[in-house]
Design a protein around this ligand. Structure first.
Ligand code: C2E
Ligand code: MG
Ligand code: MG
Length: 758
């Protein structure tokens, strides 16, 4: 996963965390609001039912008063004409002694009447017109046959606030008088002050529909005097309006007022008498009461749980983000300089190269960095690396970037396709890096070298990404740049470096190729120049890659001779040759001898003889079918030692041939000493014949063939390409010819078909 993907994932997680926290908060708010609504509903229900209670109690009291008065009125109905007015007055007086009225009266149509009070004389000369307005109003109504309750008013005689009742007294269906009574409003006050309501936290007022207080509970939280509920600024304006409109249409209303920072819930319920309203106040407000406590506990718990969940979520997220950022830093940055590491650099380079190819890839190294490390110490060397980073940061422009791979290896992607321009910029960078010596007062000149390659002219390598190809090229160029001593830049050159690419491929793939059987046995025939028959063949290796392409021996044998891989390869080829001869024998055809090239390293292998024996044993073929081709270079070292080995090999039955004779430091002297069966004259002889001095060359060849004959060594001439070549070597008395004139090396299968089976 690359950094962009990780960052995209991180963004997704961030969104998820934010959404989750938002959902948690929303859930908390919804639950809290629901709880509050439930609580509010419950409290509203409660205050409503408590108000109902007040209402019932007040109405019950009034009903009881009215009933008392009406009962008396019905008694009087039958006695008004039989009883004298005086007796009647006494009757009223007596009745008043046994009920709770403060005063009673009886009034006649002529506007006169009597009034009685407990423990006082009967007032027989009462004039209705002198009575209070409020009382007169209900007396008036009673004459019309309607019982009534007065408004609350202050009675001067009684020195108290009272309510008056009036009921008609009938005689034979006609209103003949009005029975009136008044009662102290104290009983209503008691009802309204009832401290058991709302768990002792409530009280109620009696108000008119104009908001005027009729009976103001003494438990009122608002201490200030007020005429109406609208006085003062306790009720918010909008609530005042709402209450007004509800009361004008006789509806009940929930509301609240604020006093000394506390909110109080109120409820207004019409009493249905004189447009009076009961105004209940819940002093529990929202901050007390068991329900509130439950709500508070639930809310606190809920918020605590949610806050904890949100905290854990955010904390976990922060940890995750921090870790991811750290991992990204570790995974994509070089810890020493903070620059991109090679992974990140290559990703960025690939992305840039996908968009444009107008880039130069550069690999920059510090000369003698190992020495700087050892002499000036790691810390100073690290400072130098940071200095390189600073210089690169300063000198690179928009869209250009760099990374540090390892040690002193910096990778740069620079815009441009012009060689001179890039070289100039790089020299400037290298000079600036060199200033480190001056800055740190080091008595050592820092020099660098760069390998550069251009992406626009780069030929892609199928299995590599563009950046990998580009920086493979830069490393080839860097290898060449390394040779110098000054600040220098070397540009990748296809022709020069193709070889290196091949070398790189050969070295990295050889073992797998041997394991996968990619090394194939090819055979090239040798013609017996005396008989004209194909007498034998030479085994030549071909590396056939899985994709069908072929690699030729000159591309890998020199490398294998360097790295020692020719030992396992030659052994493998030797076995292929044994197997081929065995195959021919098994098929019932007469095999022909095959010569097989033996590298110097194999020849001096400790187990060489043992391996030869094992092969003879395994394939059971006469060893004379196998000729071992050795190179003349072997004879340069220790001829005696070589001869000892050769005689051992020959004693086993193998034939020995000296390959490429004449290509190196050939000496007739050595040839004379060597115990070989065959001498192969290098194809350089035939080439010299056509290019150089033919006469001279012919004489030399003649001498070699002559000498070989005398030593009983047969001769093979390589590189016979034309009929003239063949004619010439035949004339010289050579025994065998090998070359394209007869056949190019062909696969073992093709060779068998062509020369053995036919
Ligand atoms: P060599 O052993 O001298 O093999 C002869 C080379 O000359 C072969 O090249 C062959 O294809 C080439 N040749 C043959 N006739 C002509 C001709 O008429 N004209 C020209 N121009 N070339 C001709 P090849 O197969 O490419 O092998 C090159 C060399 O690689 C061989 O030279 C040998 O030294 C080495 N080699 C090949 N196979 C093996 C092997 O299995 N083991 C070792 N150690 N070396 C091998
Ligand atoms: Mg050979
Ligand atoms: Mg040869």
């Amino acid at each position: 996963m690359n950094e962009k993907k990780i960052r995209r994932r991180l963004t997704r997680i961030t969104v998820l965390v934010v959404v989750t926290v938002a959902v948690l908060l929303a859930a908390a708010s919804i639950i809290s609001a629901s709880l509050e609504r439930v609580l509010s509903d419950t409290m509203e229900e409660q205050i409503k039912s408590e108000t109902e209670e007040y209402k019932i109690n007040i109405i019950r009291k009034m009903d009881a008063d009215m009933q008392t008065l009406q009962t008396l009125a019905s008694f009087f109905e039958f006695s008004t004409d039989t009883m004298s007015y005086e007796n009647f007055s006494k009757g009223v007086y007596k009745a008043n002694e046994h009920n709770g009225f403060s005063r009673m009266g009886y009034f006649l149509k002529d506007g006169t009447g009597i009034r009685v009070m407990k423990n006082q004389n009967i007032d027989l000369n009462v004039k209705v017109s002198k009575l209070s307005q409020e009382f007169q109003k209900i007396i008036e109504k009673a004459w019309a046959g309607e019982s009534g309750v007065s408004r609350i008013y202050y009675d001067q005689d009684l020195d108290m606030k009272i309510i008056a009742y009036a009921v008609p007294v009938y005689n034979e269906g006609e209103v003949v008088g009005v029975l009136g009574a008044s009662t102290d409003i104290q009983v209503f006050e008691e009802i309204l002050n009832n401290s058991t309501a709302l768990y002792g936290k409530g009280y109620a007022h009696l108000v008119g529909d104009d908001g005027k207080f009729l009976i103001r509970s003494e438990r009122n939280v608002i201490q200030e005097e007020a005429e109406t509920i609208y006085d003062g600024s306790y009720l918010p304006d909008e609530e005042k309006n709402r209450i007004r409109s509800c009361m004008s249409s006789g509806k009940s209303a929930f509301s609240y007022f604020t006093y000394e920072g506390m909110n109080y819930r109120i409820y207004l319920e019409p009493l249905n008498i004189n447009n009076w309203y009961i105004l209940s106040v819940d002093t529990t407000s929202e901050r007390s009461g068991s329900l509130y406590t439950i709500l508070l506990v639930t809310r606190v718990t809920l918020y605590a749980v949610l806050a904890l969940a949100a905290f854990l979520l955010i904390y976990g997220y922060c940890l995750f983000k921090q870790n991811t950022s750290r991992l990204i830093k570790i995974a994509y940055h070089d810890p020493c300089t903070g620059a991109y590491n090679s992974v990140r650099f290559m990703e960025e380079a690939n992305a840039a190269l996908e968009v444009s190819r107008s880039y130069a890839g550069i690999e920059m190294n510090i000369r003698q960095f190992k020495f700087i490390n050892e002499i000036f110490g790691r810390a100073q060397a690290n400072r130098l690396l940071v200095h390189v980073k600073d210089v690169l940061e300063e000198k690179l422009g928009e869209g250009e970037f760099f990374g540090r791979d390892s040690a002193d290896r910096f990778l740069i992607l620079m815009r441009g396709t012009d060689r001179e321009e890039v070289e100039c910029r790089l020299l400037e960078i290298m000079n600036s890096v060199g200033d480190f010596s001056k800055l740190k007062r080091l008595n050592y000149r820092i020099r660098l070298y760069c390998g550069a390659a251009f992406a626009d002219t780069m030929e892609e390598i199928p299995e590599l990404s563009p950046s990998q190809t580009l920086f493979l090229h830069t490393s080839f160029a860097l290898n060449t740049a390394r040779e110098g001593h000054q600040n220098n830049v070397w540009f990748y050159n296809t022709a020069v470096h193709e070889n290196e690419i091949m070398q790189n491929y050969v070295e990295t793939h050889m073992e797998q190729a041997l394991h996968d059987g990619e090394f194939k046995l090819y055979l090239q025939p040798k013609k017996n120049l005396h008989t004209g028959n194909i007498a034998s063949a030479e085994a030549l290796v071909r590396w056939q890659r899985a994709d069908g392409t072929m690699i030729f021996p000159n591309q890998f044998i020199p490398i294998f001779e360097q790295n020692g891989f020719c030992v396992p390869l030659d052994l493998y080829m030797l076995e292929q040759v044994f197997r081929q001869i065995r195959l021919w024998m098994d098929t019932g055809v007469r095999p022909i001898p095959i010569s097989v090239n033996q590298s110097k390293l194999l020849f001096y292998e400790e187990d060489y003889m043992k391996n030869l024996d094992l092969l003879i044993e395994k394939y059971e073929i006469p060893p004379q079918y196998v000729t071992l081709e050795i190179l003349e270079g072997l004879a340069l070292e220790n001829v005696d030692e070589l001869n000892r080995k050769l005689s051992l090999i020959r004693s086993k039955g193998f034939r020995v041939s000296m390959d490429d004779f004449g290509s190196g430091y050939s000496s007739f002297n050595t040839l004379g000493k060597l115990q070989i069966d065959e001498l192969k004259l290098d194809r350089a002889f035939l080439m010299e014949l056509s290019h150089g001095d033919p006469k001279r060359q012919k004489i030399i060849m003649e001498q070699i063939v002559e000498m070989a004959k005398r030593l009983n060594i047969s001769t093979v001439v390589e590189g016979v390409e034309t009929a003239e070549n063949e004619e010439l070597i035949s004339e010289l008395g050579c025994d065998y010819g090998q070359g394209y004139l007869y056949s190019r090396p062909v696969s073992a299968g093709e060779f068998s078909e062509k020369y053995i089976m036919s």
